[in-house]
Design a protein around this ligand. Structure first.
Ligand SMILES: NC(=O)c1ccc[n+]([C@@H]2O[C@H](COP(=O)([O-])OP(=O)(O)OC[C@H]3O[C@@H](n4cnc5c(N)ncnc54)[C@H](O)[C@@H]3O)[C@@H](O)[C@H]2O)c1
Length: 459
């Protein structure tokens, strides 16, 4: 099949690489020239310094004969005559804090595409193509996409909703071996094209290949994300909080009791500073906005959002209320800048909010470290008199008053030994991911005081 991707972010880059690896010819268009050059460099290290996703570099290099990246729309136009499918992978962020989706990236791309599509096959438009919404869009977006195409006079097209369920950090692995593929279409011929695109998954006994209509597919994505978001919020706002409220209750023990019930399952049972990343927050907000637009209450959805919001505030507030520690004038190690391990994505990363709060509270210096996300983070907070980026977690924790662990990079688990063995002073440890839980007892015996999510104040 001949496939065009519009947008080569996390979703576009990973999904297009997987389709190239499935034997399709793929052209990926993005307006970001730097990204296009890096992803199209055919060099693993360059690709991964642009988008840090395990396996992406290798996959793109291995399939370089079948995939190319461009920011030249003429190449897109030249590809349209023989095209089978266009995958729309544009950003759909929230407008302010309204819940409404900012569809301007999508609409701009769709309108440009529509103008080009009506000229294909010398204006006859005889080849049927599908326009596939891979972006997470409002449930009724399928109608809007069709309206854009119809208004421009595009013929012989179908709009398909094919939501993306990738998990950042495991995007390539997950896209090569998905547990489900959801295809929403109105017409059999659109299902048929998608079946050819995803033949390897359609034929795989381990993949649930789900055919529904486009509104069900879009709604399924939003609701699945809300369910996961809520699960995370229950973990830190209810279970974690209970563990913080009582002595002699260890979060990990409760996790075992609760998650061994098959009905509950164990995904998401890790206490944290909140559910970050680019999707959960905005998708829950979008769901709430869409429900309210239809005159329906969205109380529970809104409460999940608020629980997520209050988690970090409560955690940072414990420095004063429990350890009588002000941030003002302090040197602070901030460990982990990505919103979670195994990615360089910093969108909605707790570390962004932590940095803002610390600066507002007059810290003397933040010594920040992340194994992958420093360059991304610097776009929001360049190095300055107040923020120093260091090259190792050990360097960050030297000579500071407070150590904040914000990301669950596995190497942070080893910090306990260094703290006990090498730090002569005793910084307050604020563990936002329970990374040092296995050493809490030793650390407190050695004189450290610990504020950890999911534990009472330990001293
Ligand atoms: N990141 C995830 O984990 C994830 C998972 C599932 C679904 N999604 C959804 O997929 C969509 C894309 O997410 P993402 O994380 O890949 O976003 P992203 O911001 O990483 O990438 C979007 C890309 O679109 C490009 N772009 C913007 N306007 C363009 C235009 N007019 N023409 C061509 N390219 C243009 C940008 O330059 C950028 O590279 C969103 O709707 C998101 O909600 C994301």
């Amino acid at each position: 099949m001949n496939i065009l991707y519009i947008g080569s972010g996390f979703v576009g880059a990973c999904s297009s690489a997987v389709l190239a690896a499935s034997g399709h010819n793929v052209l990926v268009y993005d307006i970001d020239e730097n990204k296009v050059n890096m992803l199209g460099s055919e060099d693993r290290d360059t690709i991964e310094s642009c988008l840090f996703e395990k396996g992406l570099g290798d996959l793109l290099v291995r399939n370089k004969e079948r995939i190319s990246f461009t920011n030249d729309y003429k190449k897109v136009e030249a590809s349209l005559d023989t095209l089978d499918a266009v995958f729309m992978c544009l950003p759909t962020p929230e407008v302010g804090e309204t819940g409404e989706s900012n569809l301007s990236y999508y609409i701009t791309a769709a309108e440009t595409l529509a103008q080009a599509l009506k000229k294909r096959n010398n204006g006859t438009q005889e080849k049927h193509i599908v326009i596939v919404n891979k972006s997470t869009v409002p449930i009724e977006m399928v109608d809007r996409t069709a309206e854009i195409m119809d208004n421009a006079g595009v013929k012989n097209y179908g709009v398909v909703s094919n939501p993306e369920f990738l998990v950042e950090g495991k995007a390539v692995e997950g896209s090569l071996k998905p547990n489900r593929v959801v295809v929403g279409a109105w017409e059999q011929k659109d299902f048929d094209i998608m079946k050819k695109v995803y033949q390897r998954f359609y034929d795989a006994p381990t993949v649930d290949y789900i055919e529904v209509n486009p509104k069900e597919a879009a709604a399924g994505k939003l609701l699945a994300n809300y369910y996961l978001f809520n699960k995370l919020a229950v973990c830190f706002d209810v279970i974690g909080r209970t563990c913080e409220a009582f002595d002699h209750i260890q979060f990990e023990h409760l996790r075992r009791i609760i998650t061994t019930d098959d009905r509950i399952g164990n995904w998401g049972f890790y206490d944290s500073l909140y559910a970050g990343g680019s999707c959960f927050i905005k998708d829950a907000r979008s769901l709430s906005h869409q429900l309210q637009t239809k005159g329906k209450p969205a109380t529970l959805v809104n409460e999940t959002y608020l629980a997520n919001k209050r988690q970090l505030e409560l955690f940072l507030g414990r420095a004063k209320s429990e350890a009588d520690m002000d941030f003002s004038g302090k040197k602070i190690a901030l460990l982990g800048l990505a919103f979670k391990r195994d990615t360089n994505d910093t969108r909605n990363s707790p570390s962004l909010d932590i940095t803002r709060t610390l600066l507002e509270n007059g810290v003397k210096k933040i010594k920040a470290y992340d194994p992958a996300a420093t360059d991304m983070f610097k776009k929001d907070f360049p190095a300055s008199e107040k923020i120093e980026y260091v090259n190792h977690e050990f360097e960050a924790i030297k000579d500071v008053d407070i150590v904040i662990i914000a990301t669950d990079w596995p190497q942070f688990r080893g910090l306990g030994d260094v703290m006990i063995g090498e730090l002569t002073h005793k910084p307050l440890i604020m563990d936002g991911r329970r990374m040092l839980q296995h050493r809490y007892l030793d650390l407190t015996k050695a004189g450290f005081k610990i504020i950890a999510v999911g534990s009472p104040y330990l001293k």
